[in-house]
Design a protein around this ligand. Structure first.
Ligand SMILES: Cc1cc2nc3c(=O)[nH]c(=O)nc-3n(C[C@H](O)[C@H](O)[C@H](O)COP(=O)(O)OP(=O)(O)OC[C@H]3O[C@@H](n4cnc5c(N)ncnc54)[C@H](O)[C@@H]3O)c2cc1C
Length: 431
């Protein structure tokens, strides 16, 4: 029996990375650099600093990985949450700098998993499976992506995809051989352990209530302790409270959902004959991946509530639509997660005031881009690297306040309806 938003989520496995168990901040302490938020964003910044000889302090409101970082789909992909075209339109030739940073981040995550012996399988290959595009469009897309990212994306025609996946819904696809899928909670906890091993400090159960500017630094205030730092990086996303308030104005909290089945054994192998993770091209994409223990992880849908009515049934209906041969398969665990969405879909990674930086707003694409921003921010702080200014060029547009969720709900509803109508139309032309 499953229940929406049940905790622990699937990833909290006995043979995976155990919880960190760090103490709460107490008394008065000092740090050169403090990072607020123990998700991948905060920990990626901290790890990039540690790797350059700096020993930051990370303050986490709950436990490491409790936010989106520990509950996501595990797709570690090239690129940013914004469409590549949008990044190119905004930055012109400079877009290549950010595409390279995202590509380097995928390689860096893989290297760190190996270097720090982080307990997760890292499975290569992510397929974009199309419900809408024809073979010519997909071939052109594979060529374009290959040129843009310097990786050989492969066009998959319907027959090839059909050999791998026993479903009739996809018209073809594109394989990205460079991207990987992995256990995101293990990665997040692994990053935290690497930060500690490198001399960083970490405090859990330490929500930062206030930031008090002082000469030469900022004082961070928690219930039982105070930390004085020369530089502060805010990586709080939309779990907990943004102690500064300005990032929160630019972030729309968007929920998305995932489930896992029980181990399916041979039935999984019969339906799914390739190890890749797969996502489709609907607006609120459906995505799934076979897990190392023979379960199927299924994700998708977006909304504004943690546990919308009928969620589990709707997600299972999607799974059964793609794989009718699994129509009796149930969910063993269903959960939700909250993402911080920006209007332009690029992260907010920029200086705010002297000594105060943001590293947040990774939308639904933070598994690799948090590491990219960690590198950009650490090199900006320590080496005067200005690549991070490219992200600041997207600005910090207001997310709409209380009207933001309502506008988003209407837009999402409309785009989902549009996908539904397109699918109906394609099905009727095929018959
Ligand atoms: C179900 C789901 C599926 C997803 N799938 C993918 C995917 O497959 N691939 C991908 O790339 N991305 C995916 N994402 C998005 C990805 O998870 C996020 O972009 C990423 O984890 C964001 O990391 P973060 O550190 O900014 O936020 P979070 O992980 O949410 O971390 C923020 C942390 O800040 C802490 N915090 C908040 N306020 C305070 C405070 N005042 N003091 C101290 N600490 C504070 C919180 O407790 C939290 O731990 C998915 C997200 C969800 C929810």
């Amino acid at each position: 029996m499953s229940s929406a938003c049940s905790i622990p989520i699937y990833y909290d496995l006995p043979d995976s990375e155990p919880p960190i168990g760090a103490p709460a901040l107490a008394g008065d302490q000092d740090a050169e650099i403090a990072v607020v938020g123990g998700g991948l964003a905060g920990l990626a910044v901290a790890l990039s600093l540690v790797e350059r000889g700096v020993r930051p302090v990370v303050l986490e409101a709950a436990q490491v990985g409790d936010g989106a970082s520990g509950r996501n789909g595990g797709f570690l992909q090239l690129g940013w949450a914004a469409d590549d075209e949008r990044v190119e339109a905004a930055l012109g030739a400079d877009a290549a700098v950010l595409f390279d940073a995202a590509k380097d981040a995928v390689a860096l995550v893989k290297a760190r998993v190996a270097r720090h012996a982080i307990r997760t399988a890292v499975t290569p290959g992510i397929v974009e499976a199309s419900l809408f595009a024809d073979a010519d469009e997909l071939r052109r897309r594979a060529d374009l992506l290959s040129r843009r990212h310097g990786v050989a994306f492969a066009h998959l025609d319907r027959a090839r995809l059909g050999e791998w996946y026993r479903t009739s819904v996809y018209r073809g696809g594109v394989l990205d051989p460079c991207s990987v899928h992995l256990d995101p909670l293990a990665l997040t906890r692994g990053y935290a352990r690497a930060v500690l091993a490198g001399g960083g400090r970490l405090f859990e159960h330490s929500p930062v209530h206030a930031l008090v500017p002082e000469p030469g630094g900022i004082r961070l205030v928690t219930a039982n302790g105070r930390l004085r730092a020369r530089q502060v990086v805010l990586a709080t996303s939309v779990y907990g409270r943004d102690p500064d308030g300005r990032a929160a104005r630019a972030l729309l909290p968007v929920m998305t959902y995932a489930l896992v089945t029980a181990p399916l054994g041979r039935r999984l192998e019969e339906a799914i004959r390739a190890p890749y993770a797969v996502f489709d091209d609907r607006f609120a994409m459906g995505y799934w991946r076979p897990l190392p223990d023979g379960r199927l992880l299924w994700g998708g849908k977006i909304g504004l509530s943690d546990a919308p009515r009928g969620l589990e049934a709707a997600m299972l209906a999607d799974l059964h639509w793609v794989f009718p041969q699994l129509r009796d398969v149930a969910a063993e665990r269903v959960w939700s997660g909250r993402m911080g969405f920006t209007r332009h879909r690029m992260p907010l990674a920029m200086p705010m005031d002297p000594g105060l930086w943001l590293a947040t707003g990774f939308c639904g694409h933070g598994l690799g881009t948090t590491t990219a921003v960690g590198e950009l921010l650490a090199t900006a702080l320590l080496e005067g690297d200005r690549r991070i200014d490219l992200l600041a060029r997207f600005g910090r547009p207001w997310a709409g306040g209380v009207l933001g969720p309502l506008g988003a709900q209407l837009l999402y509803g409309w785009l989902e309806l549009r996908d539904h109508v397109r699918l109906r139309r394609l099905a009727s032309t095929a018959n």
